[in-house]
Design a protein around this ligand. Structure first.
Ligand SMILES: Cc1cc2nc3c(=O)[nH]c(=O)nc-3n(C[C@H](O)[C@H](O)[C@H](O)COP(=O)(O)OP(=O)(O)OC[C@H]3O[C@@H](n4cnc5c(N)ncnc54)[C@H](O)[C@@H]3O)c2cc1C
Length: 388
């Protein structure tokens, strides 16, 4: 490992990472830990980068990456595991419960189907580690030096990516009619280690445990309804939420101000150009159903690390990375889009199919394993042996 790190430092180009969100910060740290010389730039200050009120669903593919970078144990105290995933379809009154037994055997030894991680502790750990890494120079809210002629440039500057635009990489996108509303809520009647995904005709509703009886609600619905709900008095918001939660689950208190976000499926036409690569939401964005977004971004980080390890010039690394990431990103985008289209309605022709799909999942553990494997390890890993 040390020899390999030394070899990488000697022969690899310098890397400029544009954007220090969860993807860019992890990319810079991962490359720095592999002995690479990295410059990280973001127009925001460190405290602005940490201040988002959001919680991420973390899957086993992310756990593996964070463990390999020595971050997992330091996040342990802030990670909230969920050991069950309760999937319900409102319109057909069907329900499937995924448990830890449905995980791949190497994942079963870790405590959880997945984890919920708050943005702030994640970013504060990443920024602290970046600060302490001698290979990474951080330029937050201050001008950064121009990349040299042979640098690899990594655009991690989010879904609106000015770098993607500047490179002339077109993107393909669908703006969903649905938006999404996020809120932190204290709930009664739901196990502290259970996550719920409830398919409703107006859009999916995810309820994710944050510990101590608190939950993150990700509530998809037509955009105007999301905007309107985000401005409701707290008591009126809780009343509306109470009306749609499964029986027995009751909201007690609202813990932050609900925020509405538009939703889109975005896919850059290519993930590399010349010496540049697009990574994370600069390259793709999908519907939050299933909590795939950040995990997919972090599989990009893993893909970039592999491409850097393979070696070559900045252009070779960029091409190898760009080619390697397409299939995973496309499959997750298609799967989330299909889920939203098929389950966000009461189409009489679709209802029997939905009922059958959930019945098969409920009856056959092999099907549950397969779908959980695709969700937690990524569709590319379904037929492959998982590393420990
Ligand atoms: C409502 C909502 C709920 C979500 N829930 C989940 C969930 O439960 N689980 C999950 O996994 N994912 C979830 N996601 C997705 C998740 O938030 C994103 O996947 C994640 O933020 C992507 O990180 P990123 O670093 O690629 O982009 P961003 O977080 O957008 O970061 C981009 C960074 O680039 C910087 N930047 C902008 N312009 C420039 C420039 N010119 N030069 C340099 N830097 C620049 C910005 O300041 C920013 O810091 C959710 C998203 C939304 C909207």
């Amino acid at each position: 490992m040390v020899g390999q790190t030394h070899r990488m430092a000697q022969s690899r180009p310098e890397i400029h990472v544009m954007g220090a969100g969860p993807t860019g910060a992890l990319t810079a740290l991962a490359l720095g830990l592999h002995g690479q010389s990295v410059i990280l730039f973001d127009p925001l200050t460190a405290s602005e980068l940490q201040s988002r009120s959001r919680a991420y669903a973390i899957t086993h593919s992310s756990r593996r990456l964070l463990s390999s970078l020595g971050l997992w144990n330091d996040l342990r105290d802030t990670l909230v595991p969920f050991r069950d995933l309760d999937l319900r379809d409102d319109a057909t009154n069907s329900r499937v419960l995924f448990g830890q037994d449905d995980l791949a055997s190497t994942n079963q030894t870790h405590d959880g189907i997945g984890w919920i991680l708050d943005h702030r502790p994640l970013m504060s750990l990443l920024l602290a580690r970046l600060k302490g890494n001698g290979n990474v120079a951080m330029y937050l809210a201050q001008p950064c030096p121009d990349p040299s002629a042979d640098s690899l440039i990594v655009a991690a500057d989010g879904p609106r990516s000015p770098t993607r635009e500047a490179w002339g990489i077109a993107h393909w996108g669908i703006r969903y009619r649905q938006g999404c509303l996020t809120a932190k809520v204290a709930l009664r009647g739901l196990a502290h280690d259970r996550a719920c995904e409830l398919f409703r005709p107006e859009g999916p509703l995810a309820v994710l445990p944050l510990g101590q009886g608190n939950f993150q609600v990700v509530w998809s619905a037509p955009w105007q309804r999301c905007e309107q709900r985000s401005t409701l008095q707290h008591s009126a918001f809780l009343d509306q939420l109470a009306a749609i939660l499964p029986q027995g689950i009751e909201p007690d208190r609202l813990l932050d101000q609900p925020r509405a976000f538009p939703q889109q499926w975005l896919l850059a036409r290519r993930f590399h150009r010349g010496r540049g690569v697009l990574i994370g939401e600069a390259a793709h964005r999908c519907h939050p159903v299933g909590g795939q977004g950040l995990n997919l971004c972090w599989r990009d980080v893993d893909g970039l690390l592999r491409a850097v390890e393979q070696g070559g010039s900045a252009a070779t690394i960029a091409r190898n990375y760009g080619i390697s990431r397409w299939l995973d990103v496309l499959q997750v985008g298609l799967a989330t889009d299909l889920l939203v289209r098929v389950f966000s309605n009461r189409q009489p022709l679709l209802l029997p199919l939905r009922r059958l799909a959930l019945l098969l999942l409920k009856q056959f553990s092999g099907l549950r394993r397969l779908s959980l494997r695709a969700m937690s390890d990524g569709p590319m890993q379904v037929w492959q042996a998982l590393p420990n």
